[in-house]
Design a protein around this ligand. Structure first.
Ligand code: AKG
Ligand code: FE2
Length: 210
C-alpha cells in the first residue's frame, strides 16, 4: 500500500523565500503534516543503518558529532569530509520521501545523506555542499524531523548571518548559487534537546568531470 494514501491531509503551500543575497533558499515550513512527520521520524530512527563515522583532523581520528547514513542508487558514490560513502539501497520510507521532494523541487535525486543529532551536543561545522560530484549549481532538498534546531547561514564574503530554526516536517531547498555564496552549520547547545533527523536529498554525478 502507498503510505501517502494514509495521509490525505498533507499540507503543501508556497515556500517562504529567504532574503539571502546571491542565494536561492526556499523554506516549506509545513512540507509534511504533523502526523506524517511523526510517522517518518519514528520509522527512520529505528530503520536506518545509523553509524558514527570518524574523520581525520590534525592527524588524529575524531568522531563526527552525530550519526550518519548514506542511501541511494548503487552508483551514487560520495566523498564527504574525506569519507568515501557507499550508499545503502533506498528504504521504503526514504523512497517515499524522495518522490515527495522530487515533486516539489522539480528535480531528480539519486541519493540522500541522513544525519541524526542525538542531543544538543551533536552538531555540524560550517561548510558548503560544494563537492565536485554535486555539480556547479546543486539543488539540495533538506527535510527536518524531530527537535527544532537552528540552521545558521554565513555569507562567505560579507560575513552576513542569518538563523533559521528548522521545524519538524519542514523542507529547505537550497539551489542556484547558494553553496557558492553561503556557508551553513548547526551549532551545539547546552540546552537539553531531543533528537533530530535531517535528510539532504542530492543528485551526485558518478563522473564529476562528465
Ligand atoms: O542538519 C542539517 O540541517 C544540515 C545538514 C547538512 O548541512 C548536510 O548534510 O550537509
Ligand atoms: Fe550541508
Amino acid at each position: 500500500m502507498q503510505q501517502s494514501s494514509l495521509f490525505p491531509s498533507a499540507v503543501s503551500t508556497e515556500p517562504e523565500i529567504l532574503p539571502l543575497p546571491g542565494g536561492d533558499f526556499r523554506y516549506f515550513r509545513h512540507f509534511l503534516s504533523s502526523q506524517e512527520a511523526d510517522y517518518y521520524s519514528a520509522r527512520l530512527l529505528t530503520s536506518l543503518a545509523w553509524r558514527q563515522d570518524h574523520i581525520k583532523m590534525y592527524g588524529k581520528q575524531v568522531k563526527i558529532p552525530r550519526l550518519q547514513a548514506w542511501y541511494g542508487d548503487a552508483d551514487a558514490l560520495y566523498q564527504y569530509s574525506g569519507l568515501n560513502l557507499q550508499p545503502y539501497p533506498w528504504s521504503e520510507e526514504l523512497a517515499e520521501l524522495r518522490v515527495r521532494c522530487e515533486t516539489v523541487s522539480k528535480t531528480r535525486f539519486n541519493s540522500v545523506l541522513a544525519n541524526c543529532y542525538r542531543d544538543g551536543q551533536d552538531s555540524m561545522a560550517w561548510h558548503s555542499d560544494d563537492e565536485p560530484e554535486l555539480g556547479r549549481y546543486p539543488l539540495i532538498a533538506s527535510l527536518s524531523l524531530g527537535q527544532v534546531r537552528n540552521f545558521d547561514l554565513k555569507h562567505r564574503v560579507s560575513g552576513e548571518r542569518h538563523r533559521l530554526p528548522l521545524e519538524h516536517g519542514s523542507l529547505l531547498i537550497m539551489a542556484g548559487r547558494s553553496q557558492e555564496f553561503w556557508l551553513h552549520s548547526l551549532a551545539k547547545t547546552k540546552k537539553s534537546l531531543a533528537q533530530r533527523i535531517n535528510l539532504t536529498f542530492r543528485l551526485v554525478s558518478p563522473n564529476p568531470q562528465g
